[in-house]
Design a protein. Structure first.
Length: 310
């Protein structure tokens, strides 16, 4: 067996063991790249820098590459991008996106979001693939609450922990809904097939997009803490924009207490935990979610490793 095949087999085995919650120390040549894990993995490298693609019309566009894996590799840059909606890109933004060399854009937004925000603005010859993932009616609820202009109704709809509970329910459906799982699985298979650089997104690039990014990174044997750090980074990239939205709503008089939106605008560890707890309950863990929930076989997982980890 060639060295390349041996390395790939080792990577896939290590990833499978990690997903199944089994020891991987015999295979791991690098440690998790987060300070949180330092007490358990003292020989860790410094945390990798997240590469943002700076645009005027979208704030959460990132290259998913650059992260180190349990198996001594590193996720290749320039192959997978995650983002928020691309419907407000400027002409200069479109030129920047063209420079990424994308061959496919996957849009997880539901029809109501497309009608309200508009289709993606993309380079010539590139059309987004619509692959809607349910938000359990959150978008319509949010638009309705703001449009009402009624602080009592807004409090009744979003206050008292209701917004947070709504978000946890949405995350659970990433795991429980066969339709949602099919959309995520189709995207992962396309990434594995490697026809060219691919970008996927939803409206804010933080929940549906954040979940798939978390799943993909862990499938590549990126340490769980690192995958979670990538997920939580949306709060950094979106923070200023989201604060401006709240300020605008207050100034316009449409919301007396726009801070009601914060639980909907942010990503939080307990949201992610809601999905992973459901994953444990329904599929016995991450590996079961990949193989039984998403229907990804070992060949597909090996193709993801071969293409994305170097």
């Amino acid at each position: 067996m060639s060295r390349a095949r041996i390395r790939l087999a080792t990577a896939v085995l290590a990833a499978a063991l990690a997903m199944a919650g089994l020891p991987v120390s015999a295979f791991a040549r690098t440690a998790p790249a987060t300070a949180d894990a330092a007490h358990r993995y003292p020989a860790h490298p410094q945390a990798e820098t997240i590469r943002q693609i700076p645009l005027q019309g979208a704030v959460n566009v990132r290259d998913l590459g650059g992260y180190r894996t349990w198996t001594g590799g590193k996720v290749r840059r320039g192959l997978v991008y995650r983002s928020d909606a691309l419907s407000r890109l400027t002409p200069a933004d479109v030129t920047t996106v063209a420079g990424l060399g994308l061959t496919e854009v996957v849009d997880f937004r539901i029809p109501a979001e497309l009608r309200y925000d508009g289709a993606d603005r993309l380079p010539a010859g590139l059309t987004a693939t619509s692959r809607p993932v349910s938000d359990l009616g959150l978008y319509a609820t949010l638009v309705g609450a703001i449009a009402s202009g009624d602080p009592v109704q807004q409090e009744r709809m979003l206050g008292g922990g209701r917004a947070e509970a709504y978000m946890r329910d949405i995350y659970r459906t990433f795991v429980t809904s066969p339709e949602n799982r099919a959309q995520f699985a189709a995207t992962l298979r396309e990434i594995a097939d490697g026809r060219g650089p691919l970008l996927y997104h939803c409206t804010s690039g933080k929940d549906r997009t954040g979940w798939l990014s978390y799943v993909l990174l862990r499938a590549l044997a990126v340490p769980e803490d690192t995958a979670e750090r990538d997920y939580l980074a949306s709060n950094t990239f979106r923070g200023t924009y989201d604060a401006q939205v709240r300020a605008g709503l207050k100034q316009s008089g449409r919301m007396l207490n726009p801070d009601l939106l914060i639980p909907l605008q942010e990503v939080r560890t307990d949201y992610l935990d809601s999905a992973t707890a459901r994953m444990e309950a329904d599929f016995g863990g991450f590996y079961g979610y990949l193989t039984n929930g998403l229907g990804l076989d070992l060949r597909t997982l090996a193709k993801l490793q071969a293409r994305l980890v170097g």
